[in-house]
Design a protein around this ligand. Structure first.
Ligand code: SUG
Length: 445
């Protein structure tokens, strides 16, 4: 069966800001208090999507969520008009108001875990939206993400969008950021590597939170009927060093798994587990970068592993699409370019500017959710969300008109943001043909 690895990118929302909401994510902590540029952020993301589409990769757009999340603040007892609710929350509990304003749904690698039909027991494509419960601002995403995935993949005979796992710390789940699928060709049967940070009943006393439990991924694999699943523990040192998701220290596609020496608690067990699971379907290629060549501090600053590793239609070897921060870090650049000159699976390196997202700890790979789709499944996805040159132009025009080019944390208090955002999202829901009831404000209006 021929299949394509489609990329579904989160469109950056109008409230993209630097509020320091993610302990353990060093960039988020470092940027806290700075002014952001939401317009530049959304345009950077759109340019990346356009590049992928131009390379022949099926590219889709996942719409941002409504923020501020007034419904969340109402649930916490703030009452009155929408503007009044926001104002009261900012005065009484600024941490809650800040969480309600986050544009964090842009990092689509955390939207869901995906099992392609070739690996699922019932032959459908399965999605479990991540519950993202470790950080308050991210815990506001799952319900709307489930709605968004159901709009994009509406045909239940082909797609199964599950509800998120129960919102209990035992089932802490951050989605595809901790999952890698290896295979000979996208449409063939693959091996699914699920990387977790802690066990459900384990006492966790790390410096930073471990956001994924083993039990969460076991439940996802069980409900998806995922074949050839391998479960591996992320090294504690990686989490302590700022690798809050596995995709900060590891990326893989087709037969290639590229990872840092510090990625896994037991590297030999990961390799043996993957080899065993292939059952002779393909020969995995393990490419390790050593701490001596790229210390973890440079890794986290440069986000080399948060690259998109792409098998492009007319190229024999893989392309590594790295953030410009990798190019600008001498050690990371040397490590990346050494990959391409070696005779391994990676043939070349390109760089992309997603600086606005990077300053919140989200690189090229965080912005996209990979969904392997057969031709028939691809044809069943909402065509209005498929990015081509025309949609890119339309969304660029929309964002240029609708987004601010400066947003300091103090500006989030401005009640005008509620109206601006709703007007922008109302127009977007028409462009992407999401229906008139996609956003909470459209359902209560
Ligand atoms: O969950 N940053 C996100 C970045 C997610 C990156 N995703 C992957 N690695 N796949 C997070 O930490 C920062 C928001 C703020 O600080 O305002 C934030 O949520």
């Amino acid at each position: 069966m021929i299949a394509h690895e489609a990329n579904v990118d989160g469109l950056v929302g109008p409230t993209h800001s630097y509020v320091g909401l993610s302990p353990g994510n060093l960039a988020s902590q470092r940027s806290a208090g700075e002014a952001s540029n939401p317009r530049a952020a959304v345009l950077e993301g759109l340019a990346k999507m356009r590049q992928l589409a131009d390379w022949g990769v099926p590219q889709f757009v996942l719409p941002p969520h409504e923020r501020p999340d007034v419904g969340f603040l109402r649930a916490l007892g703030f009452a009155g008009s929408d503007a009044g609710v926001l104002d009261k929350a900012w005065r009484a509990e600024p941490a809650l108001a800040a969480a309600a304003c986050s544009a964090s749904a842009m990092w689509a690698a955390n939207a869901a875990t995906v099992t392609p039909s070739a690996d699922a027991a019932d032959g459908r494509v399965h999605f479990t939206p991540a519950n993202l419960l470790t950080h308050l601002h991210r815990s506001l995403e799952p319900a709307q993400t489930a709605r968004a995935l159901r709009r994009l993949f509406p045909d239940e005979r082909r797609f199964m969008v599950h509800d998120p796992l129960p919102a209990q710390p035992h089932f802490a789940d951050e989605g595809a950021a901790n999952h890698v699928r290896l295979c000979a060709e996208h449409g063939q049967r693959g091996v699914n590597l699920f990387v977790w940070g802690r066990e459900a009943w384990e006492h966790w006393d790390g410096v930073y939170p471990a956001r994924q439990t083993r039990e969460a991924f076991e439940a996802v694999a069980r409900r998806h009927g995922t074949a050839r699943a391998v479960f591996a523990r992320q090294a504690r040192a990686a989490i302590d060093g700022g690798a809050f998701h596995n995709d900060v220290v590891c990326v893989g596609t087709k037969t290639c798994l590229l990872f840092h020496e510090s990625a896994f608690a037991d590297r030999a067990a990961v390799e043996a587990g993957i080899r065993g699971a292939t059952g002779g379907l393909f020969e995995p290629v393990f490419v390790e970068i050593r701490e001596a060549d790229l210390p973890i501090a440079d890794l986290v600053a440069s986000y080399l592993f948060n690259s998109q590793l792409l098998a492009l239609p007319d190229e024999d070897r893989l392309l590594l699409l790295a953030p410009v921060e990798t190019r600008d870090n001498p050690r990371a650049r040397a490590a990346a370019e050494a990959l391409a000159v070696s005779n391994g699976p990676i043939g070349r390196v390109e760089y992309v500017d997603v600086r606005q997202s990077m300053r919140n700890g989200g690189g090229p790979a965080c912005l996209r959710l990979r969904v392997v789709l057969t031709e028939a499944e691809l044809a069943a996805a909402n065509p209005a969300q498929r990015l081509d040159a025309a949609l890119h132009a339309r969304l660029t025009d929309w964002a240029t008109r609708r987004y601010r080019d400066r947003l300091a944390p103090a500006d989030l208090i401005d009640p005008a943001l509620i109206v601006e955002t709703r007007e922008a999202l109302d127009e977007l829901s028409q462009i992407l043909q999401l229906g008139g009831d996609f956003y909470p404000f459209q359902r209560t209006a």
